[in-house]
Write a protein that binds this ligand. Structure first.
Ligand SMILES: *Cc1c(COP(=O)(O)O)cnc(C)c1O
Length: 374
């Protein structure tokens, strides 16, 4: 992927905000609890290696990723902490994972039987996933789980390292379904004669709003990046600091006469003479087309995005003449006003997670406050 280094559009990521979010969450945990940083999908778009570094500096003792390749990338970068792959890994890579000391999630007995045939000296670390109501992966009934747990204990090709579940509604006000999942999880755990090293249930939302459920490890994801998993529905118990901002500059600026139209489809027509600025960013950067009509910040003022967003460029209506090179904030703060990832997500009818994950590799990621202040 070609990175736009000679273009002013860039993502700015604040290492100090990342470290503060992780530290504040660790302060809320019991002494016997650990925080594993969820840095899948390139650290929710923030950069996987950098997020591993900053979260580790702040006290994270392990990492969670979605796919084996992300775990391998961390090992290649030299991280020796525990790494758990949260999704299902093709059983043909069981030995590779064992050799790299990567822990895998398993949700059925057949997977274990196949893996046992290919694993050699190094045992594979296993976390058994329990489907208590997410309906995604994991054991659904207690009997098959109990059987898998005892087969793990007996087989020296495996190390039974963890057991976990994932909540579907931890970010909602109504706890009815959440409590149903908790009860099912407790029934599963009651089947065990011996608990594995890690018993874990908490994503960010669970740890923020249902901390009493936390086992001895949490899988802290979106909160690392300073985003509220509920959007605006629930208030975070501490102030999350947004880590990512998106900036650019005007690449073109002109006075448009009344009656002239802007961009594909000519969907916007100037009603009077207007100053229109062009910004070199578009949907190929992950700034989605459906954000037409939303706004950016220029000189502390909201400026509407007019006309369709193109692949690489878009236009905004300026309150007055601003020259080429004027700074544009697409996410972040300017003159006491701000645009959050949640603001963007609401306008685009999605969640903040999808916005930061959606920024493509064409946008350079610039890290600030990288050194640890003493
Ligand atoms: C992605 C994921 C998390 C992290 O979720 P956040 O809402 O970002 O905290 C935790 N657990 C599992 C199983 C996940 O897939």
């Amino acid at each position: 992927m070609v990175v736009g280094l000679h273009r002013p559009s860039k993502l700015i990521i604040d290492a100090e905000a990342i470290r503060n979010n992780v530290k504040h969450e660790i302060e809320r945990l019991n002494d016997d609890s650990e925080l594993f940083a969820v840095i899948k999908a390139n650290g929710y778009g923030h950069g996987i290696i950098e997020m591993a570094r900053f979260t580790k500096q702040a006290g994270a003792t392990g990492f969670c990723v979605a796919i084996l390749d992300e775990a391998l990338t961390l090992r290649e970068a030299g991280f020796t902490e525990p790494i758990l792959v949260l999704g299902i890994t093709d059983v043909k890579y069981a030995r590779l994972a064992a050799d790299k000391n990567i822990s895998l999630t398993v949700g059925d007995q057949a997977w274990l039987d196949s893996a046992a045939e290919i694993i050699e000296q190094t045992p594979l670390k296993i976390h058994l996933g329990l489907d208590t109501g997410m309906g995604r992966i994991g054991f659904q009934d207690e009997a098959t789980f109990k059987q898998a747990a005892s087969s793990l204990e007996r087989n020296s090709k495996f190390e039974f390292e963890g057991v976990f579940t994932h909540f579907a509604t931890a970010d909602e006000n109504d706890a009815t379904y959440f409590n149903l999942q908790v009860a099912r999880f407790q029934n599963f755990i009651a089947q065990l004669t011996k608990r594995p090293r890690y018993v874990h249930v908490s994503n960010t939302a669970t740890s923020l709003w249902h901390a009493a459920c936390n086992g001895n490890m949490i899988r802290f994801g979106v909160g690392i990046y300073g985003m509220n998993p509920s959007g605006r529905a629930l208030e975070s118990p501490f102030a999350l600091q947004p880590a990512m901002s998106l900036e650019s500059e005007l690449s073109f600026s002109k006075l448009v006469e009344s009656g002239r139209s802007i961009s594909y489809g000519a969907t916007y027509t100037a009603e009077k003479d207007e100053w229109i600025g062009t910004i070199p960013i578009g949907y190929a950067d992950g700034y989605e087309r459906r954000l037409q009509g939303f706004h950016v910040l220029i000189d502390g003022q909201f400026c509407e995005i007019v006309g369709r967003i193109c692949m690489d460029q878009m236009m905004v209506r300026l309150p007055k003449e601003y020259p080429v090179g004027t700074k544009v904030i697409l996410a972040g703060e300017s003159g006491g006003k701000s645009i959050s990832m949640t603001d963007i997500a609401e306008y685009a009818d999605t969640i903040n997670y999808e916005i930061t994950c959606g920024f493509t590799q064409r946008l350079p990621r610039i890290y600030i406050n990288d050194g640890i202040a003493k």
